[in-house]
Design a protein around this ligand. Structure first.
Ligand code: WT7
Length: 655
């Protein structure tokens, strides 16, 4: 009992008493049930949580591992489960979405209205020939219309692929082409931080780049009314399309394995991967984790600040909360506009009780609060809060403590939720009424998730030793495949040496006394900048595609106080190595190039120019040395195999 670390933050008694999962014994009971019979455990929950048109008779099908299937012979519809079901339960007049626009304007949409709007859009898609199994790219800002677009696709069995509104025309084009989308849904513009940013114009540019011949129609939500270019045979206003349609639309009942959505995400090599998710398994975990991890109650006001362009916005905005009939806040803007007190003011105004955000936002708002007392959270009434969540990257203990104290008033559990685009929902997370919290640890696996830490041959490593995070057994919301690239799916997530375990791509370590997990970061070439996932290779490709200037480039990450990691690029130009103002000018030009190729989120923070890159005699770039240089560390590694050791000094110089 000397180790009190795990007892630093036990669940508050009142919260624990009323929780869905109350106390560690309740947690352990579920874990035991899942261990005794995973297939039966998930089947029980799938029957309890989802409404099936045709009940399934089989839970897990692992006959073609790692292409697992769940509840395959059951049929259901996600939009029915999220909307009709709530109206049928008598929640028609309950507010589903509280939407706050960038300028502070608030609109409320009830479940009945959300259903009607979804049906109108679904009918409009049908009228344009979109059918079950077709792919629809959604390139929209945070809006009720964005959520409705996703729900409408689900209603007719179309597979959506949402592309984050910050991605460039090139990235959008690649994703439209990859998915073979028949339709793009977008808005004229998006409004963020008082600025209007184009969306429709980017869609036009993407299509003009070529490769998007599959796109027959573009549907445009009029957000700002600014003038946009128009291709009359292809482009249609959303309000015109909806106006002609009925408020009723029979759901398309699809098999549980039907692809609900694709979501492109970065890997360590090659182009982004189209992560394919299922209907039944995904929705089950979305509902279940929203309920248990956030201990959601009928009168809660839930706010997940993610964008629908990322998986967090899929699971915890578009689907999970709606599947439970919850009231949720959807926010169009940014945390720092009109000032850095925006989040706290919104929590106060909407009486938010469950708040879910990213460590990057917290760290930025800590800085802002320290610089300007007017936006300090202590100035706001945050007493409505019950539970706080963190997602997307490790939360450092100092940020955790601040979040807990200044936002949660010391009374709200902070659930540090570890998961990935590929996992569909939470994998390792505290449950607020059960798990004692340790800042900086995502604590224990969600009941039914067989998380473990292994070495490179798939053998368990002892507690206290770092290793590779794996999930030993399949789970319902797991990635089904990479769209159109089944071999890449297998080699990325089920490498032969790992005994059939799912490889997360993160390192982790488990505490010997508590069994708690701590994520130590990616073990591959994937960076996490402000909670946004990016491949170093993607940024390198973007840099070298600037053929007028760049001969060679290598990208690594380095720790950053605010954004978690920062992108650091080492570049060899075709011309002479620039210095002084010239170096600054070219670095800026390259930053803008990357923004154009991928999106502003991928802009390198730091660009260093060299006559060459550190290479072995066989010509391989030695990235670990670049990582040390990027961090400003002294080089202690063995450099005897290096062809050109003198280059290290040159690259260490800052421009
Ligand atoms: C990667 C997945 C999770 C949805 C949003 C990001 C990192 C995520 C945590 C956490 C430490 C975390 C991992 C993971 N990550 N959550 N709580 N603690 N690291 O999804 O874009 O697919 O990124 O984000 O490195 O592999 P994603």
């Amino acid at each position: 009992m000397n180790d009190v670390r795990s007892d630093l933050y036990p669940p508050p008694q009142a919260l624990r008493d009323a929780a869905h999962i109350s106390g560690m014994a309740a947690y352990e009971k579920l874990v035991a049930e899942a261990e005794a019979g995973p297939s039966a455990y998930w089947a029980r929950l799938a029957r309890e949580f989802l409404s099936w048109k045709t009940p399934f008779t089989r839970s897990l099908d692992d006959s073609n591992a790692p292409f697992f299937k769940w509840f395959e012979d059951g049929t259901l519809n996600v939009s029915y489960n999220c909307l009709d079901r709530q109206v049928e339960r008598g929640l028609g007049d309950k507010v589903a979405i509280v939407f706050e626009a960038d300028d502070g304007r608030v609109t409320r949409v009830t479940y009945r209205e959300l259903l009607a709007r979804t049906c109108r859009v679904a009918n409009a898609l049908n009228a344009r020939g979109v059918k079950k199994g077709d792919r629809v790219v959604i390139y929209m800002s945070m809006s009720v219309e964005g959520v409705v677009a996703m729900q409408a696709c689900a209603r007719i069995g179309a597979t959506h692929s949402v592309v984050f509104g910050g991605f460039s025309a090139h990235s959008l084009r690649d994703r439209i082409e990859g998915a073979g989308a028949v339709m793009v849904m977008t808005a004229d513009e998006q409004v963020r931080g008082g600025k209007h940013l184009p969306l429709k114009a980017v869609v036009d540019e993407a299509i003009a780049l070529g490769g998007c011949e599959s796109v027959k129609n573009v549907i445009v939500y009029r957000r700002t009314g600014s003038k946009v270019a128009w291709e009359p045979t292809r482009d249609h206003w959303l309000h015109d399309e909806m106006g002609a349609q009925s408020e009723r639309c029979e759901p398309e009942w699809v098999g549980a394995e039907h692809p609900l959505f694709l979501l492109y995400t970065s890997g360590s090599t090659g182009k982004p991967k189209g992560v394919q998710h299922s209907t039944g398994g995904f929705l089950l975990h979305a509902a279940l984790t929203t309920l248990w991890t956030f201990d959601l109650k009928p009168d809660d006001v839930f706010w997940c600040t993610a964008d629908i362009g990322w998986v967090t916005g899929h699971t915890y905005i578009a689907y999970g909360p709606l599947a439970l009939g919850a009231t949720e806040v959807v926010f169009e803007g940014v945390p720092t506009y009109p000032d850095a007190g925006r989040f706290w003011k919104m929590i106060q105004d909407h009486k938010v009780s469950v708040f879910y955000t990213a460590p990057t936002a917290i760290r930025a708002l800590i800085k802002a609060a320290e610089a300007d007392p007017a936006v300090h959270p202590d100035r706001y009434d945050l007493s409505s809060l019950r539970i706080l969540g963190s997602v997307g990257e490790p939360i450092n203990p100092a940020a955790w403590e601040w979040y807990h104290r200044h936002i949660g008033g010391g009374r709200c559990p902070v659930v540090d939720t570890f998961w990935q685009t590929e996992t569909g929902g939470h994998m390792i997370t505290p449950l607020p009424g059960a798990t004692p919290l340790v800042p900086g640890s995502c604590t224990l696996p969600f009941p039914g998730i067989a998380a473990a830490i292994v070495d490179e041959s798939g053998n368990d490593v002892p507690d206290g030793h770092g290793g590779l995070l794996v999930i030993k057994k399949p789970w319902p919301s797991m990635i089904r495949t990479i769209w159109g690239e089944p071999d890449r799916y297998r080699s990325s997530y089920y490498p032969p040496e790992l005994k059939g375990y799912y490889l997360a791509g993160d390192g982790a370590i488990r505490d010997a006394k508590t069994g708690y997990f701590t994520i130590t970061g990616r073990v591959d070439d994937v960076l996490n900048v402000s909670g946004h996932r990016m491949g170093t290779m993607e940024i390198e490709s973007a840099l070298v595609s600037c053929t007028a200037l760049v001969a060679e480039a290598a990208v690594v990450g380095r720790p950053d106080e605010t954004t978690g990691e920062a992108v650091c690029a080492f570049v060899v130009l075709k011309g002479a190595r620039p210095t002084g103002d010239e170096a600054k000018r070219i670095a800026n030009e390259l930053r803008n190039w990357v923004a154009k190729e991928i999106g502003p989120i991928a802009k390198p923070k730091d660009i260093r120019f060299g006559d060459n890159l550190p290479k072995t005699r066989s010509g391989k770039i030695v990235r670990r040395l670049l990582r040390s240089i990027a961090r400003g560390e002294a080089i202690t590694q063995d450099i005897s195999t290096l062809e050109n050791p003198a280059i290290l000094d040159q690259l260490s110089e800052r421009n």
